[in-house]
Design a protein around this ligand. Structure first.
Ligand code: SF4
Length: 51
C-alpha cells in the first residue's frame, strides 16, 4: 500500500475486510476517516514511535 505519510503515522489504523481488502483509516479528529492515498502533506501527521 502506497500510503505516503499515513504509512508511518500514529493516527493510522489498518483495517482488513473478511475478503482480504486492506484499508487505512485515519483516527485524527477533524480529518476524513479514509484519506485519499498517498497523503503527501498533513498538518496532523504524528510519526509513530520507533519500538
Ligand atoms: S493524521 Fe494525516 S498522516 Fe496521519 S493518518 Fe491521518 S491523514 Fe494520514
Amino acid at each position: 500500500m502506497a500510503a505516503g505519510l499515513c504509512g508511518g503515522c500514529a493516527h493510522a489504523r489498518r483495517v482488513e475486510t473478511r475478503r482480504g481488502t486492506v484499508y487505512l483509516r485515519c483516527v485524527a479528529p477533524g480529518l476524513p476517516k479514509y484519506p485519499l492515498l498517498p497523503v503527501l502533506s498533513c498538518a496532523s501527521h504524528a510519526p509513530r514511535a520507533l519500538a
